[in-house]
Ligand binder design. Structure first.
Ligand code: MD3
Ligand code: FE
Length: 207
């Protein structure tokens, strides 16, 4: 059953685990076309997370050259690979299950965490239509996800995200601050010592 986490935020615990082999094989096909690469903060510092994208748009963090949604990889100049139908359809179905029919993502951002990798507290504000939810799918090693309120200084709650967990962030929760604590060591039977997070977004399309 769908668990409401907060207003507009829904946790579909383990929903991507049922077809995890298909999820992982499909992501590997994307990564063969668009390899994971280090991201850089606006200040030019390398981030610990490595990223890839598929879809009409992709989110690139190219440090001093800026960050945001682009049609092609700023490093290679090549257009982002198309979003595989499996990912597009799964994301649409998961959003609908969470109460967001009509979700049609134009971006899937892939974040890969090695042991120790983290993501600092931030909110996602680069998408044009904030009425569209964001669908997040976690695969591989479990992590400690933290999330708070609409202000950076608001108190945070912590949630352990495991392989197959799906979170849909919309409505009043769309702009909450969130992050990921340094990834604890471990071994996952499909992904080894890694965690992948996929976020499906409507970055440029109206919802
Ligand atoms: C809440 N990713 O890509 S997933 C990101 O695990 C990002 O890689 C994290 O934050 C990760 O921007 C967290 C959960 C998540 C994703 C997007 C959200 C929570 C969110 C967007 C709005 C509010
Ligand atoms: Fe985020």
């Amino acid at each position: 059953p769908a668990q409401p986490l907060a207003e507009g935020a829904v946790l579909l615990r383990g929903w991507a685990a049922r077809q995890d082999a298909a999820w992982i094989a499909t992501v590997r096909q994307v990564l063969a076309q668009q390899p994971l690469q280090a991201a850089f903060t606006a200040g030019g510092r390398p981030m610990s997370v490595r990223t890839s994208n598929c879809g009409e748009w992709g989110w690139a963090a190219a440090g001093l050259r800026g960050y945001g949604y682009t049609r092609s990889d700023p490093l290679s100049g090549r257009p982002w690979p198309a979003m595989p139908t499996f990912l597009q359809q799964q994301a649409q179905a998961l959003a609908a299950q969470a109460g967001y029919p009509g979700f049609d993502p134009d971006v899937c951002l892939i974040n890969a965490y090695a042991v120790g990798a983290r993501m600092g507290l931030h909110h996602d504000a680069d998408e044009r239509d904030k009425a569209a939810p964001i669908v997040s799918v976690s695969l591989g090693l479990p992590c400690h996800f933290v999330w708070g309120g609409l202000q950076r200084s608001d108190p945070v709650r912590s949630l352990r995200l495991e392989h197959g967990d799906v979170l849909v962030w919309g409505g009043a929760s769309r702009m909450v601050f969130h992050g990921v604590r340094p990834l604890p060591a471990g071994q996952h039977h499909l992904l080894g010592a890694e965690r992948w997070n996929l976020t499906f977004r409507m970055a440029q399309r109206p919802y």
